[in-house]
Ligand binder design. Sequence first.
Ligand code: AMP
Ligand code: MG
Length: 498
Amino acid sequence: MCPDNAQSTTSAYRSSAGQWHFDNSYLGLPGGFYTCLNPVAVREPKLLLFNQSLADQIGLGFLGSGDQALDYFAGNAVPPGTTAFAQAYAGHQFGGFSMLGDGRAVVLGEQITPDGKRVDLQLKGSGPTPYSRRGDGRAALAPMLREYLISEAMHYLGIPTTRSLAVVSTGEPVFRQGTKPGGVLTRVAASHLRVGTFQYAAAKGDVDNLRALLMYAIRRHYPELEGFDNPALALLQKVMDMQATLIVHWMRVGFIHGVMNTDNMTISGETIDYGPCAFMNRYDRETVFSSIDHQGRYAFGNQPGIAQWNLLRLAEALLPLIDDNEDKAIEIVKETVGQYATLYTSRFELMMLNKLGITHKIDESDEQLISDLLDWMTEAEVDYTNTFRELAQAERLLSPVYSSPKFKDWHARWKGRLNRQSEPLSIVRDLMNRTNPAYIPRNHLVEHALAQAEREMDLEPFNELLAVLSNPYEEQAGKAAYTDPGEHDPGYMTFCGT
Ligand code: AMP
Ligand code: MG
């Protein structure tokens, strides 16, 4: 527990139009899991983005009309009734283990939403903390705008994700390969519990603390597991389940996270920490955009395997709670995590079949149908997103690539397969168009929007792009330009210099 925050009783910040409903259940964990501290104020904050519909949903809609919103989202004031804190965690980063923690973020508190959910409100870029190591605790504006845009796009694509409530420019410079304007993002998350939080507790070697964390995670996310004989094993299975579903979603839309370190994998199953992430255009399993991922560890096609690797790290951390006998515990987790491949593959196949308008798998020939298509797509270097939308409408298969014998052969087999399930064409098309987005954040459009915002403080391209991405499965009149893959792939690079 931390002392009550002196500012937390300042009723001046209570708007007449509404009220915060904050709780701080995380502070009920043993002290080593966090450090209480306030964000560090910034010089000249400007509120660039405020997500009114998300604010309404979580019971903070009243902030939209108040002057205090800017102060809260800049970190210049702390909302009433809360104690802010930075979280401790650890993580395997590109395979190497480190003790980490929120080096440039604080959780303001847990807002209880009108429908009774509990969400963390976190400021990212809010100043140094005891976990900053050699970092400055700050964030550049463009990467915060990027997280806002991509996380919201992911939400509208129907993918579990943290969300973005606001972006403030700080009026202060940050130094990242030159001087950049600074920014603060307000992030909304089911929680910030990570695989790395368990690794932190395990590395500290106090089994009671590890157990406290386990029971907290279960209570917060999976109360249905309370009272299970082996809660640690039950949590491991649940996280496996959630992560398998999540990665299948990423593979469905061509999302590449870029930095799937264990500190960037949540217990809730939400996508978190949008750094060097980007969407694949041309289909290629080996696509890597991150400038620091030299080995391609986090390439598009490696994501399912990396998720399993990360789950093994979670399993390792949980070992002392799974069985008193370590050998037995190892046997149990090996068997459990060993089931991930089957779990993932069956969901992946169903998703891919849905992308083709097929409602369920019949036999092995369906696997062949999927892999032959993906092989052809790799060879023909076609756009992942646009190809599936074009497949849904025969009259759109106009490009010369569709006249190749290999594609024609595959296409005939696919048509034959659709006939076997005897669903009307309208149902097939509908399933395809619900599974295959028409619009994803195209890298060149994202870069243009961010450059305009950063250099000119012109948010128009950003807001227009966000508007299109907020309805990604429906074709929007006059928005064909947003389906253009652009020119600068495959040399496109994203940076972690956030
Ligand atoms: P991320 O790549 O955002 O997942 O960050 C990895 C770790 O580095 C986390 O512990 C961050 O808090 C920390 N970190 C990243 N950037 C900074 C920074 N500018 N100052 C302090 N810590 C940072
Ligand atoms: Mg992180």
